[in-house]
Design a protein around this ligand. Structure first.
Ligand SMILES: Cc1cc2nc3c(=O)[nH]c(=O)nc-3n(C[C@H](O)[C@H](O)[C@H](O)COP(=O)(O)OP(=O)(O)OC[C@H]3O[C@@H](n4cnc5c(N)ncnc54)[C@H](O)[C@@H]3O)c2cc1C
Ligand code: SF4
Length: 323
């Protein structure tokens, strides 16, 4: 590992003031330190933001404001999250292990990097790690990679489960930086790769996430389901965050659907939502909705299995939430 300097910030403005070219913010370190050991990340200065005062969960405008430094375990265990946003608590609990969740922060989870095997291997080319060097995954091992929204430059997937639930909940990410404060609505924090896969998010250098704000929970029942290669300690092959609100007449009044494991960003399934709204809740509408969304899928030679997997997961999850 390359030598680096380390300082702990007192508060958010102090963290931003300390940031300089070559620096990175450090949350729980469960992803960044691994990448430093692998030589994938080479910051010369770490600004530790894991103990900032933004470590609380508070009521806000009928919803919740979650500090960026809240640990993943504390988020999943918080009574307000468990009772009012069970889908979010579930999504967090499906990620990593108890030990990792005790260390990992909310902001760090959202900004963790892809687990594409070539990205993590510095002996290989990778447009995300070294722009312009190529994307060996397109011809090589892409079994777990994207089927939606990918580009000729990158077919990686975003790994966070929490981000998928936040995308379905219309969460707002509060950011501060050298040019002031701003708010980014989910799923708009993460980018599709396009020609610039080295940029995972819309954040500019030095911008610090300070909080995630949840609006009041949407009406209806919700669920997070994740398919993975083993029952724990594994990233999603495909995941679904779903909220379904069905009236007494059996018609869908509202619905939210987001997919994980399929794209470079949490994927809000807007086409499926459009099909469902106003339709009689039932298998036929659920299949039509899933197929409307997955019409856009462009699977690679070895990850075509994700298309029926995503379709079946959407349908099954909606069936569980339906009347
Ligand atoms: C074996 C293993 C399995 C895992 N499985 C899953 C899984 O299935 N699902 C899942 O969702 N996650 C999974 N994880 C990921 C784990 O949840 C992440 O490592 C963790 O959430 C990252 O959080 P952190 O606070 O440690 O971030 P760090 O490693 O400290 O930082 C990650 C990134 O965020 C940046 N950053 C941190 N805080 C801020 C801030 N406030 N503002 C701006 N930038 C910031 C850092 O600069 C860095 O780029 C797994 C991890 C491991 C090790
Ligand atoms: S898919 Fe993206 S992260 Fe993976 S090798 Fe290609 S450019 Fe790199």
């Amino acid at each position: 590992m390359r030598p680096f300097a380390y300082e702990r910030a007192h508060d958010a403005p102090d963290a931003v003031a300390r940031f300089r070219p070559g620096a990175m913010y450090l949350g729980g370190g469960t992803n960044l330190v691994d990448l430093m050991r692998l030589g994938v990340a080479e910051p010369d200065f770490l600004v530790d933001v894991s103990r900032l005062s933004c470590g609380d969960i508070e009521a806000s405008d009928g919803g919740l404001r979650i500090g960026a430094a809240v640990r993943n375990s504390d988020l999943a265990a918080h009574p307000g999250v468990r009772e009012r946003y069970p889908m979010l608590a579930r999504a967090v609990l499906t990620g990593a292990s108890g030990q990792v969740r005790n260390m990992a922060t909310v902001a760090g989870n959202l900004l963790q990097r892809t687990r594409c095997p070539y990205f993590q291997d510095v002996s290989k080319a990778c447009n995300k790690r070294r722009p312009g060097s190529g994307c060996p995954a397109i011809e090589g091992d892409h079994r777990n990679l994207a089927i939606l929204g990918h580009s000729e430059a990158c077919v990686a997937t975003h790994p966070s489960d929490m981000a998928v639930a936040l995308a379905a909940l219309d969460a707002r990410v509060h950011v501060t930086g050298p040019d002031g404060d701003r708010v980014v609505s989910m799923p708009g924090l993460h980018r599709l790769p396009g020609a610039e896969p080295h940029r995972d998010t819309v954040l500019e250098p030095g911008e610090l996430i300070t909080a995630v704000e949840l609006p009041p929970p949407p009406p209806g029942r919700s669920r997070y389901r994740k398919v993975r290669e083993r029952a724990s300690f594994a990233f999603a092959l495909v995941s679904v965050a779903a909220v379904l609100d069905v009236g007494d007449d059996g018609v869908v009044r509202g619905c939210r659907l987001a997919l994980g494991g399929v794209a470079h960003a949490p994927w809000r399934a807007s086409d499926a939502e459009r099909v469902l709204r106003g339709a009689p809740a039932g298998e036929e509408a659920f299949i039509r909705a899933a197929e409307a969304e997955l019409d856009q899928a462009r699977p690679l030679p070895r990850n075509g299995y994700k298309v029926p997997l995503a379709r079946n997961l959407i349908v099954r999850t909606l069936q569980e939430l339906g009347p």
